[in-house]
Design a protein around this ligand. Sequence first.
Ligand code: UGA
Length: 463
Amino acid sequence: MTGKITVVGSGYVGLVAAACLAELGHSVICVDNDLNRVATLQAGGVPIHEQFLPELLQRHRGKRLEFSSSLPDAVAASSVIFIAVGTPPKDNGEADLSYVESVAREIAQNLNGYKVIVEKSTVPVYTNEWIRQVLNLTAGPHADFDVVSNPEFLREGTAVTDFLYPDRIVVGADSERAAELLKGVYAPITNGSYYQNIDRIPEPDSALIPPPLILTTAKSAELIKHASNAFLALKISFINAVANICEGVGADIQQVAKGMGSDSRIGPQFLRAGLGYGGSCFPKDVAAFHAVARECGYEFNLLEEVMRINEDQRTRFLKKIRTALWTLKGKKLGVLGLAFKGKTDDIRESPAIGLIQQLLAEGAHVIAYDPAAMPRTREVLQDKITYADSPYDVADGADALLILTDWEEFAKLDLKHVHKLLRYRIILDGRNLYCKDEMEQYGFIYVSVGRQPVPLRQLARVG
Ligand code: UGA
């Protein structure tokens, strides 16, 4: 029997984990020290944009899922405590673990019997040892607990299905007792019983059912998380570097990526060239992994290059905008997309936001639309840009249209209409959402990533 589960933190990871654990049949307390957030969640609010999350919160709130601001009460009532608080980057790239430490201390002060403390936040190797030390120092050497590393591999936008239909579950436990308890937590997934439910969250096409649970040491599990994110970021930077060569030699990155990705040893995923990776995970985790490696005496220079290529990708795109428009001062630029990727309202480390700030600095006027990320953008950019109600409002009278986020709806625009609305028929596509031939047919000047531009020099004025 697993008993009650506490999840500390109600951010992207904590809230999704809490809702999904309740969906698996567990009784869950989700704790946050942000009283406003707890009140919002208790009152039925959904603070983040995530597919299926509103349904799960609706289904389990007040039944198997409760929200609380009292960590002591939650700890006392639970046998498994997940720590899913933020680990933001410090100036030197290391992860700031002060939130994890203060949660560990508070848990230690409220231990009342055997507990398993599970680190779910992305943390550097050795964090489980530090948590153990904090617990021992605070609760005394006889405290009865284990610390387990159970990294998450959730992507924003598909986090609920990623949790319920994972490729694998990694449990890094240094004791048999803790490993058994965690196996019990995930049993409805690993024994397949969850997938028999009629009202289960629908499975994605590629779901591996049931997925394996990989048991490792705590340190290996911590490394699996950082190494996985760093490797995915490496894949993106690699394909972006190849895209730049494609531009130089007149090849097409989409054909190249298809040819490479069809090799089962390489795989087709994370080979989409574009503006580079953003978000709250890859930039932070690549820098943190680089810092971890340095600390243990290894210069992981490859990761420096991954970061450099990623930065360079935005600069190259800015140059393309300048090349297509000559000067930017006073130009009206229509921007589609603010989030760091489609299906999310998250703008942390978004290439779109970085680019817009550079365009503004060069004197351009920006009018933008995003299906979900405009409220969050307003908090950062305030009224420095104009917010539109639709992609077509963005295009209306613009000197060029810039596609900066890969929302599905941006790939299905009524091009005839866009053609009429734009002042100049120039589209700069940082996400390669369109086929070049289609753009050529409509007579757009179309500039994308890793493909030859369509036709670059004939600036056509719509009559
Ligand atoms: C990423 C990982 O994919 C998750 O497995 C992990 O759990 C998560 O980080 C985390 O550590 O919390 P996420 O940041 O939500 O998830 O988003 P991804 O879908 O991985 O995309 C990251 C960035 O890479 C986005 O900016 C996206 O546009 C970019 N990307 C992705 C590309 O430029 N090309 C690609 O082919 C794929």
